[in-house]
Design a protein. Structure first.
Lengths: 166, 360
């Protein structure tokens, strides 16, 4: 998953960031694209580890909670006020999906409530629905990323590049 | 964010999604809106698995809930694995913790200790240097930095961080102990002395501190104090390596004091060596070895050569013997079996004198 300068600028337009300095706006779009790639594939990897290596659950639980903490910090009004709403919403939507999944794995639905309070439940459900509907093998990772990008408005901001191992 | 077993999340009231409120409360403003949000969220938590404190004040929503099942932090879990001896997993968790938060000084400190123990001193040093910059009052980190430098063989460099530790916490026994040991290692015995003296007062159950203090007293020509310190170390680590080293220290002190009056040969030792030569005369080498090794074994648990009133017995010899008497028998035995073995106690003058008397 890579982005040309034109694609990043298209992402800037798509998220309505043209009023910002171009370097900062590009940085925000690139960060969201990186989060998109990490969270989607990360969900698959987390699920695979949980299923194949249940003995690693204590470590996985720690990592989940640590990630939740980090994501929850982004909910603070002081943090959200520093960034444009469109950026905050895309970031929070992915974090909400993560919180919903983590709440399920940790058997603690309270984890998701702050995201629901801010209205991210519908978009989180849409994102999670993709995880259920798209096959969980690596061959379908691009489809998953593409679908999430459509929901989040990040489609113009990247393309997939083909890599050969030889 | 979470503390131990506790969650607190702050949200902007303006960002609250009004569509979740009952239709007749969605249009409220001011305190009415705050009350509606409060009621709504307070009602959500019990259904979601537990109670929570919901505070809606001014422009902010604060959600707090305790979670008894809250897992330990990644750092705590890593430290716990290290304490359980699972070094690989513990270090891996602490590395992960640091990757998430490079400023986690507890993770960095504990990882550095593990790395140092595993012989990866350079990486440990790099981490500890970071820790003391981030947390300059972290006494244990200064101590660990000094210890890591001394493990690397750089005793002079080790002293500055250890001094920092002692300055920060004069009553920290480990800081005093390590500074004393580092100073002693570079032959600054006089300067090391007060630190080791303080360390034995602060850590009276630490055999290694007593051993170091004993050596320091010995270096400073204080045999009485050294003797007492070595005996403490032996009491605390009777069968261990430190106890063994302390015994050698005692033997050294006794040996040094043995000819301190300037006499060429101690008459009592001369007599005991003569007795040993008589006992061993005509005995097969195997019998000599049996007696000698039995005394050596007894000696490894400490023979008091300065107290003629204290008697010892060995299975291969009849009767009771003073410590010096047995040491003389052992000395003669080793001269017959393998003269290259050094007992750490010089009886050569008495031995040669006894042989000369026999030749007359």
């Amino acid at each position: 998953m890579v982005a040309t300068g034109e694609e990043t600028d298209a992402g800037v337009k798509s998220l309505g960031l043209t009023d910002l300095s171009i370097d900062f706006a590009r940085h925000l779009v690139s960060s969201l694209a990186l989060q998109l790639r990490s969270v989607t594939v990360g969900f698959r990897v987390d699920g695979w580890i949980r299923y194949v290596y249940p003995g690693l659950w204590p470590e996985q639980e720690q990592v989940l909670r640590s990630q939740l903490d980090e994501n929850q910090r982004a909910l603070a009004p002081e943090t959200r006020s520093k960034f444009p709403k469109s950026v905050v919403d895309v970031n929070s939507a992915m974090n909400a999906a993560f919180a919903h999944k983590a709440a399920s794995w940790l058997s603690d639905p309270r984890i998701f409530l702050p995201y629901a309070a801010l209205g991210y439940k519908p978009v989180a459900m849409q994102l999670l629905d993709c995880l259920d509907r798209i096959a969980p093998d690596p061959l379908h990772d691009r489809e998953l990323v593409t679908r999430w990008a459509e929901i989040l408005g990040l489609t113009p901001a990247f393309h997939f590049a083909h890599h050969d191992l030889t | 964010m979470s503390a131990a077993g506790f969650q607190e999340i702050n949200l902007s009231l303006a960002d609250f999604d009004r569509s979740q409120l009952p239709a007749d409360r969605q249009g409220l403003e001011g305190d009415g809106f705050r009350m509606a949000v409060q009621d709504y969220l307070a009602g959500c938590f019990p259904a979601a698995g537990g109670p929570a404190e919901v505070i809606v004040a001014a422009d902010r929503i604060t959600l707090r809930w305790s979670d008894k099942t809250m897992a330990r932090t990644l750092t705590e879990y890593g430290v716990e694995r290290l304490q359980a001896g699972d070094m690989k997993r513990g270090m891996s968790l602490l590395r992960l913790s640091l990757a998430r938060d490079a400023g986690d000084v507890i993770a960095a400190f504990n990882l550095s200790i593990a790395l140092s123990d595993e012989g990866q001193v350079d990486e440990a040093l790099s981490l500890l240097e970071r820790v003391v910059v981030l947390a300059p009052d972290y006494v244990q980190a200064w101590v660990a930095l000094g210890v890591a430098l001394s493990r690397k063989g750089d005793m002079h460099a080790a002293i500055a961080p250890l001094r920092n530790a002692v300055d920060l916490a004069p009553d920290d026994g480990h800081a005093q102990k390590n500074l004393g040991a580092a100073l002693a290692a570079i032959r600054e015995s006089a300067e090391a002395h007060p630190h080791l003296e303080r360390a034995v007062a602060l850590l009276p159950g630490d055999a290694a501190v007593w051993l170091n203090f004993g050596r320091n007293c010995e270096d400073l020509g204080k045999p009485k104090l050294a003797d007492e310190a070595y005996r403490k170390a032996i009491d605390l680590d009777h069968a261990g390596k430190i106890g063994g080293l302390a015994e050698k220290g005692l033997t050294r002190i006794a040996s040094k004091g043995f000819h301190s009056d300037g006499s060429p040969a101690r008459p009592d030792a001369l007599c005991y060596i003569g007795d040993a030569l008589d006992r061993f005369q005509g005995l097969p080498q195997t019998d000599v070895a049996k007696i000698t090794f039995e005394i050596a074994m007894l000696g490894s648990r400490g023979l008091d050569v300065n107290n003629p009133g204290k008697k010892y017995s060995v299975a291969s010899l009849e009767g009771g013997f003073s410590g010096l008497h047995l040491l003389c028998i052992e000395y003669v035995g080793f001269q017959m079996i393998d003269p290259s073995i050094d007992l750490g106690f010089d009886l050569s003058t008495e031995y040669q004198a006894a042989l000369a008397l026999r030749r007359k």
